[in-house]
Write a protein that binds this ligand. Structure first.
Ligand code: ADP
Ligand code: MG
Length: 254
């Protein structure tokens, strides 16, 4: 059984009647199994963020169908989608979406309050995550008083604090130095292996992608190719670079 299925997803920005071949997404179909660890790569403007926003129900497809856990999310009302997302998804968006009036710690624990989740000790959980991501000393600061990398790690903690079934992340290492990026990817690998968390991650960073088990390359809103990791991380990294060289484009632009 697939955990997530997208069928012929098309996105036209600014009015559904202007359909042509230059849509942001041009009929994307993909299947993701439970426990998969997938990277989505492609040149700047190829539709990665649009795709992730549609898969996570943040944005609506113009046409096509998305099923998550056998539920057609395109049929959800806004409220149903919000509840479904809260229960099942951990989303790290490209622009973090932290609330300015809350401290980093308050931002991170917000999902637990909204969910009214008393199953775990909130303080233990936040300490564990903040210490792991090296932002424990910053926990009482406000987003505008910390660096982009610290904001990004806070957004990651907020997405991970509920132990979501599915993590969807848009350039989650984009503001991190290589040491912090490695740490983040090791955490992703750990929850994928130990908790069977399904991960879908947009990235332009081949090193980050090499931690994944599968890479889907998209170009001009279409799936170009996908590759699976069978070899060592280093060899997979080289194969990712080869694919990117074939696709071309400004791959290092976010
Ligand atoms: N809100 C929007 N309104 C209009 N066009 C958009 C919007 N967001 C993205 N686009 C366009 O859709 C295409 C895909 O963008 P995006 O999904 O952000 O690509 P990527 O994340 O791969 O860089 C681009 O041509 C972009 O300009
Ligand atoms: Mg993007």
């Amino acid at each position: 059984m697939y955990l997530l299925q997208a069928e012929n997803v098309t996105k036209v920005y600014g009015g559904r009647f202007e359909v042509n071949s230059n849509n942001a997404l041009n009929g994307i179909s993909l299947d993701i199994e439970e426990g998969e660890f997938t990277a989505i790569m492609g040149p700047s403007g190829s539709g990665k963020t649009t795709l992730l926003n549609i898969l996570s129900g943040i944005d609506e497809a113009t046409r096509g169908k998305i099923k998550i856990m056998e539920k057609d999310i395109t049929k959800f009302t806004r409220d149903e989608m919000a509840i479904f997302r809260r229960e099942n998804l951990g989303i790290i968006s490209q622009d973090f979406n932290l609330l300015d009036d809350l401290t980093l710690e308050e931002n991170a624990i917000l999902p637990l309050f909204i969910k009214d989740d008393k199953s775990q000790n909130i303080e233990d959980r936040v300490r564990e995550l903040f210490k792991f991501f090296n932002i424990w000393d910053e926990r009482n600061k406000y987003p505008y008083n910390v660096s982009g990398g610290q904001q990004q790690r806070t957004a990651a903690c907020r997405a991970l604090i509920t132990n979501p079934k599915i993590v969807m992340a848009d350039e989650p290492t984009g503001n991190l130095d290589s040491k912090a990026a490695t740490k983040f990817m090791k955490y992703m690998q750990m929850i994928n292996e130990n908790k069977n968390t399904t991960i879908v991650m947009v990235t332009h960073d081949s090193y980050a992608a090499s931690f994944c088990k599968k890479v889907i390359f998209i170009k001009d809103g279409r799936i170009y190719t996908e590759i699976y990791r069978k070899e060592s991380k280093r060899d997979f990294f080289n194969r990712i670079l080869d694919c990117l060289a074939v696709i071309g484009g400004e791959i290092n632009e976010v």
